[in-house]
Ligand binder design. Structure first.
Ligand code: SF4
Length: 342
């Protein structure tokens, strides 16, 4: 018989991975759960605190511009989350008089709120019997039930969500739900620490000595390497930057103009490329930078090039050092601004 009752005591005695995990407001859950998608809790805590200082209410967030929001999100990655949060705030303020709904049906109508965030808001903020199934919870459930299907498939997530709803206790279901999330983050990790787990008796994988076989997954996508020659063009103390277009990965973020290279190159060949593409007598290599996003890993080869006339064939805008400070950059290009002393 699978039971989550032992989780409650364990959870209430545990140091939480995310500090508000008792009595948050719906707005706090909305912000933090969107930040926690794809990002570890210890990184999110700092961003969450800054966010709540700048936008303490959903109304203050709804009034913010996309540029301001992206700047505050800078460094957290997966920037579409920032835009989703802003869209959700504006919808809630303009269409729902600023009140975050307390039913799944209404929450799922809010742009940017999917089943996980809806479940989290219902459970943590409204203390309802709702399931919030993230990757950590999926891992725990797949082991507890010895679930033999690929957990990355939507139908598997739905099936495990239904099974979870059947075993969530009627009294204080939010505590068991939060306990399950914490258990996945702190104990039932990729390599589970079963000796510390309060659910050993309920866990079929533990009972059958099969924890290493779960969760079942498909083979991971192969990572694609990118090599980019980056032009840090300076004209009269201003630098050329390009905003990533709507619909592109990292849309709305700024980068220095670049061209894709077919492969890695040594400095002499890179320098020869630069001279072919941009006429200038003042070219200086900057330290290499790198960043990863979705399934890409990009190596950046930046060159600082001083030009004497506007050669803006990259369709960018010229910005002073002071103006660069206020722009949100993708993480690799943010490192390049550091090489310029910005
Ligand atoms: S007993 Fe081990 S595998 Fe099972 S839920 Fe606990 S930590 Fe995970």
């Amino acid at each position: 018989m699978i039971s989550l009752i032992p989780l409650e005591k364990w959870f209430l005695a545990t140091k939480r991975s995310f500090p508000w995990r008792i009595h948050p407001t719906p707005y706090m859950v909305l912000v933090s759960e969107i930040m926690l998608q794809q990002t570890q809790a210890d990184r999110v805590i700092e961003y969450f605190s800054r966010w709540m200082k700048r936008y303490p209410t959903i109304e203050t967030l709804a009034k913010a511009s996309e540029e301001e929001v992206m700047k505050l999100w800078e460094g957290l990655g997966y920037y579409s989350r920032a835009r989703s949060l802003l869209k959700a705030a504006r919808y809630i303020v303009h269409e729902l008089e600023g009140v975050i709904p307390d039913t799944e049906e209404e929450l799922l109508k809010v742009p940017g709120i999917g089943p996980y965030t809806a479940g989290a808001i219902l459970s943590f903020a409204f203390q309802k019997r709702a399931a919030a199934v993230d990757a950590n919870v999926l891992r725990v459930l797949s082991r507890m039930f010895m679930y033999d299907k690929n957990v990355d498939v939507l139908s598997s997530r739905q099936e495990l969500t239904n099974r979870l709803l059947q075993i969530l206790p009627k009294k204080d279901p939010h505590i068991a739900m939060e306990g399950l999330i914490e258990l996945g983050a702190l104990v039932c990790k990729k390599v589970p620490v079963c000796a510390l787990c309060p659910l050993q008796e309920s866990c079929k994988a533990f009972q059958n000595d099969a924890t290493a076989e779960y969760p079942k997954k498909k083979a991971p996508d192969k990572r694609t390497n990118l090599f980019r020659l980056v032009f840090v063009l300076e004209l009269d103390g201003k630098f050329l930057v390009v905003k990533r277009p709507t619909g592109a990965i990292m849309a709305g973020l700024y980068e220095f103009p670049f061209v894709e290279l077919e492969s890695e190159m040594d400095e002499a060949r890179l320098m020869s490329h630069v001279h072919k593409l941009v006429p200038s007598s003042s070219v200086r290599p900057l330290p290499k930078a790198q960043h990863s996003f979705t399934r890409y890993f990009a190596k950046l080869y930046p060159f600082h090039i001083t030009v004497s006339k506007d050669i803006n064939y990259f369709d960018g805008v010229w910005k002073s050092r002071e103006e660069l400070v206020d722009l949100a950059f993708s993480s690799g290009h943010k490192r390049i601004t550091g090489f310029l002393g910005v």
